[in-house]
Design a protein around this ligand. Structure first.
Ligand SMILES: Cc1ncc(COP(=O)(O)O)c(C=O)c1O
Length: 433
């Protein structure tokens, strides 16, 4: 597959865009950052005219596929009526009402633009309630790139420190070490370690922040009892349990992971999946927490918050999901299972040790001979080099996937898409990586 124009554009952009990209995550694209011109449904087309079945889906937001009709129409209509009011409008209340109906912990809502902002908003509320500083985050989890949270997202095992007391590792130069001084990094899926921590420091802990499924590191599911145990510890010690549902929200079900796993946090954050690619995020939570904002004790702001364009996209997306939940979610789960099982069989046939995980439309392939994955340190030992070769060859075969092994499905994907994909994977593996 020719990538000539992409290569030319990359050279040109490197003259003016730092590194040729606008987010460092995009540097990881294989064989190199590509340039795209359009997307429709499950397909995306690059500037050389190559079409791909897209499992990247904008790194998650395109839960309904590229440019879904109801969202495009709602946004078109709004574009004629105004872009930013810096004031309230009806649709933002309607969308908040839908979130309150759909999400178990949601009694009150505030909107932001990005996932990073929504998480920071939740933490400010959590710290304010009992005037505590410490926040627990888990090793390998990604909650945005702001200084105080961009910690231990992908440490090497050399940097990581003791298992039960990991070092806070800053991924970027320019982050001051004390940005993490109120953060405790812990291993995921280990309730004993968390119980010990709460026995020692429970009175200081404002919040436990967690992705309910570790989508950014192996899509590792919570062990039975882990989320329930966190719920109990937080309740006993007056800490907020915050689920970062930026990826799982609306994807694992209309009520997100908290509905799927049956554990209700105090607050939760949403972004990818809520507005089909428009920059909308939300922090939601129980009134006893969110009312710190209602009462003006905690400040939450943002010029672009709930502008009518992104809200139109959010309203159209969530309405569509609500009205079609009986067909959309079973279909997403069915396709997820087809892809997961199909990939598993093909790795077995090729004699490549692999674990297939994730849930529903989040499919995860990790090349490893481990029997099971429990936390980041298990996952980081996978065979990245071989998997990268597969991702690169898939590009050549018209299939675009995420280098860390995650495959997102949308409501626009079809059985035919999955069948073509599996055929290509099989052909590549049979030639050897
Ligand atoms: C779980 C999770 N939380 C927060 C974020 C940050 O969202 P954003 O990139 O919109 O700031 C991400 C982004 O990938 C994420 O995956």
């Amino acid at each position: 597959m020719a990538l000539t124009k992409s290569v030319e554009w990359l050279k040109r952009s490197q003259q003016v865009l730092a590194g040729g990209v606008s987010s460092d995550v995009r540097r990881a694209e294989l064989p190199h950052p590509l340039f795209f011109q359009s997307g429709k449904g499950s397909r995306i087309v690059d500037v050389d005219g190559n079409e791909y079945i897209d499992y990247v889906l904008g790194q998650g937001p395109l839960l309904l596929g590229h440019s879904p009709r109801p969202v495009v129409e709602a946004v078109h209509e709004q574009l004629e009526k105004g872009l930013v009011y810096a004031a309230q409008h009806e649709a933002e209340t309607e969308l908040a009402e839908l979130l309150v109906q759909a999400i178990p912990c949601a009694e009150k809502v505030r909107f932001n633009s990005t996932g990073s902002e929504a998480v920071v908003s939740a933490l400010r509320v959590a710290r304010a309630r009992h005037n505590r500083k410490l926040v627990v985050k888990f090793e390998g989890q990604w909650h945005g790139w702001y200084d105080s949270l961009f910690v231990s997202t992908a440490p090497t095992l050399d940097q990581a420190g003791a298992y039960d007391h990991p070092n806070p590792v800053m991924p970027s130069r320019g982050q001051v070490q004390n940005a993490a001084e109120n953060l405790l990094v812990m291993p995921w899926n280990d309730l004993d370690v968390m119980e010990k921590l709460f026995r020692q420091r429970g009175i200081e802990i404002a919040a436990v922040l967690t992705e309910p499924m570790m989508c950014n590191a192996g899509s590792i599911a919570p062990l039975p009892g882990f989320l329930e145990g966190l719920r109990k510890l937080c309740s006993e010690h007056g800490a907020a349990l915050i689920f970062d549902e930026v990826i799982t929200g609306f994807r694992l079900g209309l009520g997100g992971a908290q509905e799927a796993f049956g554990v209700t946090p105090d607050m939760a954050t949403y972004a990818k999946g809520i507005a089909s690619g428009f920059t909308l995020s939300a922090v939601v939570g129980k009134a006893e927490w969110m009312d710190l904002i209602s009462e003006g004790k905690v400040v939450h702001a943002g010029t672009y918050n709930s502008n009518p364009v992104v809200i139109a996209a959010g309203l159209a997306t969530v309405r569509y999901l609500k009205e079609n939940q009986d067909t959309v979610y079973p279909q997403l789960y069915r396709l997820g299972e087809l892809l997961r099982e199909g990939l598993r069989q093909r790795f077995v046939k090729a004699g490549i040790p692999a674990l297939l995980g994730g849930q529903g439309p989040v499919v995860q392939a990790s090349l490893t001979d481990a029997a099971t994955l429990r936390n980041y340190r298990d996952w980081v030992r996978r065979d990245v080099a071989t998997y990268s070769k597969l991702v690169t060859r898939l590009v050549d075969a018209g299939v675009r996937t995420i280098t860390r092994g995650t495959w997102y499905l949308s409501s626009a994907h079809t059985e035919e898409d999955v069948a073509i994909t599996l055929r290509e994977v099989e052909a590549i593996l049979s030639r050897g990586l």
